[in-house]
Write a protein that binds this ligand. Structure first.
Ligand code: FES
Length: 134
């Protein structure tokens, strides 16, 4: 049996970027005060309707960075070299809007993120990354 990859098989991943919004034990709760958590998820969903998959996920094991949002590349973005980008302390509407703008433009691998998002990027441990990215 041949183990060579087939070129007609789509790359792993969705046709659209995926925005994973942590809603675990800390993110999305009163432990992070002063944030309209339900509104945040609703704004991300409405802003990215049709252009990205937005999903709420359980604790990503990076609670000190809450609210955590991970922008994952589409299949095309992954082929272009894009990798998941972890954003922490996403607790203001400016960051939300920048996430929407970036993901709607194609996300990792296909569009440059707004510069200001650099302030939110963090590198989780390999163990934590593997929990989301498999
Ligand atoms: S609840 Fe979001 S990282 Fe733990």
């Amino acid at each position: 049996m041949s183990r060579r990859p087939r070129k007609d098989v789509p790359a792993r991943g969705d046709a659209r970027p995926t925005v994973s919004v942590c809603r675990g034990c800390c993110c999305g709760t009163e432990k992070i005060p002063g944030v309209d958590h339900a509104g945040q998820l609703a704004r991300l969903r409405s802003g990215l309707a049709g252009t990205a998959v937005v999903r709420a996920v359980e604790c990503l094991d990076a609670c000190e960075q809450g609210n955590v949002v991970v922008v994952q590349p589409s299949a095309e973005g992954r082929r272009a070299g894009g990798r998941p980008v972890w954003l922490g302390l996403v607790n203001d509407e400016h960051a939300e809007r920048d996430i929407v703008t970036w993901a709607a433009a194609g996300g990792p691998g296909l569009a440059d993120p707004p510069d200001i998002l650099d302030l939110y990027v963090f590198q989780p441990s390999r163990r934590v990354r593997s929990g989301l990215e498999g």
